[in-house]
Design a protein around this ligand. Sequence first.
Ligand SMILES: Cc1cc2nc3c(=O)[nH]c(=O)nc-3n(C[C@H](O)[C@H](O)[C@H](O)COP(=O)(O)OP(=O)(O)OC[C@H]3O[C@@H](n4cnc5c(N)ncnc54)[C@H](O)[C@@H]3O)c2cc1C
Length: 401
Amino acid sequence: MDEKQKTVIVVGAGASGLMAAIQAARAGARVTVLDRETKPGRKLLRTGNGRCNLTNTGSLTGVYHGQDRSFAAKVLENWTVADTLRFFEGIGVHTMSRGGWIYPYSDQAESVLQDLLMAAEECGVRIKNREAVERVRKVMGKFKVETATWTYEADAVILACGTRAGIAEKDNTAEPAGIAERMGHTVIRQLPALVPLTVEGAGKLGWAGVRVNGSVRIISGRELIAEESGQLQLTEYGISGIPVFIASSEAVRLLDSKAPVYAELDFFPDGTERELAELLHERHVSTPLRSLRKLLVGLFPEKLIPALTEGSPDLISLAERAKHFRVRVTGHQGAKVAQVMSGGISTDEIDPRTCMSRLIPDLYITGEMLDIDGACGGWNLQFAWSTGALAGRSAGGAEET
Ligand SMILES: Cc1cc2nc3c(=O)[nH]c(=O)nc-3n(C[C@H](O)[C@H](O)[C@H](O)COP(=O)(O)OP(=O)(O)OC[C@H]3O[C@@H](n4cnc5c(N)ncnc54)[C@H](O)[C@@H]3O)c2cc1C
């Protein structure tokens, strides 16, 4: 064994942990990854509905949330989307773009994981499963990483433990960020993000199963908090779909502060309220015998029509309702269903060039453990790849550029 070789322990064999391990090993370190699961990369396999939307070549504007949004931009300057694409091509993942959303050419998350695991093996990374880390301490310049049965020693530790989001466990499962909190780091309250929202009286609206193009506006008081367009999914409990997911982070934070939150749904995104009113009028003139409900067949999904025509509004009010269908948001579907959590370790305490802790030298924190959450479209994985790569390179001893 080379006495000068650095020993790096990575806690978590998910997206950022595997990237970190490969980079640290390539930089010359002896790397062991510890994961509490029976197999590595469990969450990665579920990403993008099993297809893994691994990054995005679109604009970064407004994509990331957190107390310091500039942190994500700095991280992505230091390890860019282009770096990510080059890295994946290099380990075997050929990619394709769907309007800037990048997927493996195989369209299978499984192949992204396989290529990561092969790359890790090729540079000598050891992965140990069923090793849940309970505590990390630094004693006389060396880290002690404790599991139920063993204490590992390391020169550097990378915490890449993710969050509870999307994991079907008991609701009281602790957030992995607690490991860093017990070492002195600050945790910004973690809440589900990219999550379906529950709305008052959804069950009575009869719209469950409807998928419709539209937009959602999140409103609190008189303030427009977020607005997103795309395919809305209407459910027994409320609203879902990519636009709702993207707007949910802000809505959940407001609900948590007990603020009243409303969602305004626009079911006619291709025209103004006036244009819709004119269209309805024309349809009424050409088919005068049709009832209000029948007048809407062919314009809106059938299961949406009763909610729009409830109380038999006139055509002007109907157009207004279809453009501004207002519901009170009462909650969300919880961490188990969420794709990510907002909040996490305060990024004030992390160096964006290396992801090293500013409090504890040679401790690194990556991915979703940090107080950054991204929009749908590959941004969360991109943040995991960037933070993992920067931490791995630095922990492994690579010269900083
Ligand atoms: C259903 C679903 C679909 C998604 N789809 C996409 C998508 O298409 N595109 C996208 O960009 N993002 C997507 N995401 C989000 C993305 O998966 C995460 O943001 C990303 O995986 C975070 O990477 P990470 O390395 O921080 O954590 P993870 O990938 O969650 O890895 C954390 C690892 O740490 C391990 N661990 C935790 N605690 C301990 C401990 N105490 N000891 C040892 N090991 C521990 C876990 O077992 C896990 O393997 C999706 C999420 C979900 C739930």
